[in-house]
Design a protein around this ligand. Sequence first.
Ligand code: NAD
Ligand code: MG
Length: 385
Amino acid sequence: MKTVTILGATGSVGGSTLDLVEREPDRFQVLALTANCDAEKLAKAAIRTNAKRAVVADESCLGDLRAALAGTGIETAGGNAALLEAAAMGADWTMAAIVGCAGLEPVMAAVEQGGTVVLANKEPLVSAGEVILAAAARHGATLLPADSEHNAIFQCFDFARANRVRRIILTASGGPFRDWPTEAMRAVTIEQAVAHPNWSMGAKISIDSATMMNKGLELIEAARLFPVAHDRIEIILHRQSVIHSMVEYVDGSVLAQLGPPDMRTPIAHCLAWPDRMEAPMAPLDLVGIGRLDFEAPDPVRFPALALARQALDAGGARPAILNAANEVAVAAFLGRRIGFLEIAAIVADTLSCYDPPAPETLDAVLQVDGEARRLAGERVKDCVV
Ligand code: NAD
Ligand code: MG
């Protein structure tokens, strides 16, 4: 029996994880499920899985959670401290599927327990990669990548012969605006931006895919997870999202992982690793798909790519500032306070006006993150439409 905790259980990745865990009740036992505030959805999942504890990060939602779980014997708790306690219950396997740097402290709390921590939540790795990796090494925790591209690379990457890797090829669908001219992107609506051609995901990552900041964050994520030089990580457009990424070796061999665009495949890989488990996926119909296309991404229409590459190369606090400003800008776009093209502009502007020393502790990262959010927030006010 593997004990499992899901941080962000009511989200898109959380739901896919629950789907797999619920199929094999003899193999997985749920310790804690957490959400921000969706008490009803969380309570239902806790009852279905007979979880030990259900936790809402937003304490004002605790009353609803208590009411929904009254008489079930499932423990309930609310607030940030309760979220961190849930992450630190010592599960063998923790899915980190909170969105944004709100997941940073819970990830650290889970890593400090020394179990397996599965990272869908990429933003903490971008902002605090060094801190998280050092904590994992210190506490003997295993980090596994659930992000489909990084899971693909993980499946193809020979860590014992990392010096024989010539390139990592990170594939990108290009999002819903991959063929749009910049001027047409100026007036896009939230509805157009969240309508991803291949994947069904939460709102924030859907917007990140539309700006291609998602691929920028994933570039940094790949640099954190795999021991290769930054300039050996390439991004290519592959609109079918069938090849999830590739690893090229010095002898010219290129290994790829293919699969349907469904997060349950990489999550199942992490759930069973190093074993394999059944996932409810139809066989990949390559004849039906017919062809696989590849193109170079357009750095002019998608400035987020260059911003992320520069932040990665400069290192220090730059990735944390990039991520924090992007979170603020995406939230402002989702709140209809700024236009689509302003997202990357606010990130660029925040990066250009704030250059603190490299943060070396969790507290220092949180401080940089907070100040970058404040500065980005001011820029949002300046461009309110
Ligand atoms: P989502 O918005 O669907 O779900 C987010 C979850 O986090 C929900 O359970 C929500 O209640 C919880 N949450 C939100 N704010 C919180 C807060 N302040 N404190 C505590 N909990 C909070 O998001 P998602 O699409 O499932 O994505 C989750 C993470 O996984 C993101 O970092 C995303 O980039 C990454 N990811 C997602 C996909 C995907 O297919 N959806 C693929 C790869 C990576
Ligand atoms: Mg991805």
